[in-house]
Design a protein around this ligand. Structure first.
Ligand code: SAM
Length: 223
């Protein structure tokens, strides 16, 4: 049995098959990622809100079709991008679409060699066709811990919200309160939950630098 301190589980064969089928049918598009359309710019702006526009390294874990790259070029041009995903077809297609960028075929965070200033993880936990809610939540916790270990400065993760009036079959919706309880107690007390950009999605930003200016009791990173 998995525990949240062990490494995250790889995506199931059914999860990978859903993305592969969608890619075969729709090609390079948001439909291939099983996302609703035309929301990427809003989502990326929220995920990168706390990432400054200065030189640094960024891992896009579960990068899909690398849609974050054009957004970064426009809004964080100094960032060095690495994409990692478990679907080989996405990675192969990205290498053609975005030559010169580093793309890695992986199935768990522990497969990614190196540590990065910032880690983005957008929509990676949206599907759980084979796992019940509890075991997917266990997988999410293990993945958050493993991704945080890859982060030098900040980790930013997007989820489908739990309080929606509509759910697609096989979709995983995260209870924000449960996530916050977990992050506070097991990951870092320095975090920020953002529900301001879409009614049915939210993101959490988790920061690694906990150093405090003692005499003022403020985080050194904010000085
Ligand atoms: C909804 S798509 C989002 C893609 C991209 N992050 C974006 O925002 O456009 C989710 C992606 O996560 C990938 N994925 C799911 N589980 C994964 C895992 N354990 N390791 C790596 N990639 C995974 C899928 O292959 C898919 O490309």
């Amino acid at each position: 049995m998995q525990n949240p301190h062990s490494d995250a589980a790889a995506p199931s064969a059914s999860t990978l098959a859903l993305y592969r089928e969608a890619f075969k049918k729709h090609g390079r598009s948001e439909e291939a990622l099983l996302w609703g359309k035309n929301k990427q710019a809003v989502r990326f702006a929220a995920l990168c809100r706390h990432i400054p526009d200065c030189p640094g390294s960024l891992l896009d874990y579960g990068c899909g079709l690398g849609d974050l790259i054009p957004w970064l070029r426009a809004h964080r041009p100094a960032m060095t991008y690495t994409g990692a995903d478990a679907v080989g077809e996405f990675i192969a297609s990205n290498r053609t679409a975005f030559p010169g960028h580093d793309f890695r075929l992986i199935t768990i965070p522990g497969d990614v060699i190196g540590r990065f200033d910032h880690v983005i993880c957008s929509g990676v936990f949206n599907l759980n066709p084979d796992r019940d809610h509890e075991s997917h939540w266990l997988h999410v916790r293990a993945a958050v811990l493993a991704l945080f270990a890859k982060t030098k400065i900040s980790l930013h993760i997007d989820f489908l919200a739990h309080d929606t009036d509509f759910r697609k079959p096989s979709a995983y919706h995260q209870d924000a309160k449960e996530l916050v309880r977990f992050v506070e107690t097991q990951v870092s007390k320095r975090y920020c939950l953002d529900r301001t950009y879409m009614p049915y999605e939210f993101c959490i930003s988790i920061f690694a630098d906990l150093e405090i200016v003692r005499e003022r009791n403020v985080y050194t990173a904010l000085r």
